[in-house]
Design a protein around this ligand. Structure first.
Ligand SMILES: Cc1ncc(COP(=O)(O)O)c(C=O)c1O
Length: 362
């Protein structure tokens, strides 16, 4: 297996984490980088000090969007251990995203080892207050300087890390979501299930318009009939009816969330009636009117669990728990965060324990 070269900047002063971390504003001082060429495959793996990138203006991904990314988190447990939540699953998803847009896949064990070293080197950047974590952002982009639509021949993989606080400024307070029937984010057999920039570009205008109307995010409907609910900006969605918890089935236009998968497993453990199926916005509204809609919540790495306090759709407003988070959402949030911070047993072996291994330092 390829050797990982590491050049570390020795810190002369300890890391001082900012008071208000927010989300995605601060970065640790090292990055992992690796290159791909058809002749050598993935090679040139290194961990080095964070630096700006210098790119040719014709670099292909800037023009044609051939890029994928991931978002996962590392935590410091109450006993001081460093853990990463389900990194294999995230790397598998990155390879799935890559396949769909002609990016060469990576060797998962190799990248996990690199991730292990990177997080170990920057472990002093992991914040420890409740809701805080080290957000890890691996990404790959087509790096050829070329104008013309085709897959790039060369690629670069980079992993950067960012100490973060709560994703939503509201913290764990119910968010307001607008059901989007004006624009479409993704269609089946398109790119919806890939974590690729195009999906996020497609979401920006709708999210801005929703914000102007006082909403936190949008809930997307399916791209064909605008009938079935799909997912929220950067979260999957769960609806708790009186006798069933439902999450939209993975039809190809929804990102298969790692938190979604974890929540389904936990709900099954708890004996909840959890179903993955098509669920229309009309069904949600009619169950609400009948008094059968108890909770709506989103799931995602960034916010973990986010309760929906208000859902707007055309001229209907569904108002749920306007002040307090929903009961099941709160229970799930506590279960997941207690797992992250090592407060309860990691029953599903979701935590990857970061160990500082002996590596060659150049
Ligand atoms: C569009 C979209 N849906 C859902 C999610 C939730 O996925 P996960 O739980 O893997 O973070 C994310 C975040 O990555 C996302 O960007």
């Amino acid at each position: 297996m390829e050797k990982l070269n590491i050049s570390i900047t020795e810190r002369t002063t300890p890391v001082v984490l900012p008071q208000n971390l927010g989300f995605g504003q601060f970065f640790t001082d090292h990055v992992f980088e690796m290159d791909y060429t058809p002749a050598k495959g993935w090679h040139n793996a290194s961990i080095k000090p964070l630096r700006d990138l210098e790119l040719h203006p014709a670099t292909m991904f800037i023009h044609y969007g051939q890029a994928v990314f991931e978002g996962l988190k590392a935590f410091k447990t109450v006993s001081g251990e460093v853990v990463i939540f389900r990194p294999e699953r995230h790397m598998q998803r990155m390879n799935n995203s890559s396949r769909r847009i002609c990016i060469p896949e990576v060797d998962i064990p190799f990248v996990l080892n690199a991730l292990n070293e990177l997080v170990a080197i920057d472990k002093d950047w992991i914040p420890t207050n409740s809701g805080e974590a080290l957000y890890i952002r691996p990404f790959i982009f087509g790096s050829d300087p070329f104008l013309g639509v085709k897959p790039s021949t060369n690629y670069k993989l980079i992993i950067i890390c960012s100490p973060v606080g709560a994703y939503y400024p509201e913290g764990f307070k119910p968010v307001k979501i607008l059901v989007q029937d004006e624009y479409v984010r993704a269609v089946r057999k398109g790119l919806g299930e890939c974590k690729t920039p195009a999906n996020y570009a497609a979401s920006l205008l709708a999210a801005e318009e929703a914000k102007q109307k006082g909403y936190t995010q949008v809930l997307w409907l399916d791209g064909i009939e605008q009938k079935y609910i799909e997912e929220v900006g950067t979260m999957n969605i769960f609806i708790r009816f009186k006798n069933e918890v439902v999450t939209p089935m993975l039809t190809g236009s929804i990102l298969p969330g790692v938190t979604r998968d974890s929540v389904i497993r936990i709900l099954k453990d708890w004996g909840e009636n959890i179903t993955e199926r098509l669920v229309s916005i009309d069904e949600v509204i009619s169950e609400y009117k009948k008094g059968n809609l108890l909770e709506i919540f989103g799931t995602g790495t960034a916010a973990i669990i986010s309760t929906v306090g208000k859902l707007g759709y055309k001229d209907t407003e569904i108002v749920l728990n306007p002040v307090e988070p929903g009961e099941l959402a709160l229970k799930l949030f506590e279960e997941l965060t207690s797992t992250h911070y090592g407060i309860i047993e990691d029953r599903h072996k979701w935590l990857w324990h970061v160990e500082k291994k002996q590596v060659e330092v150049i």
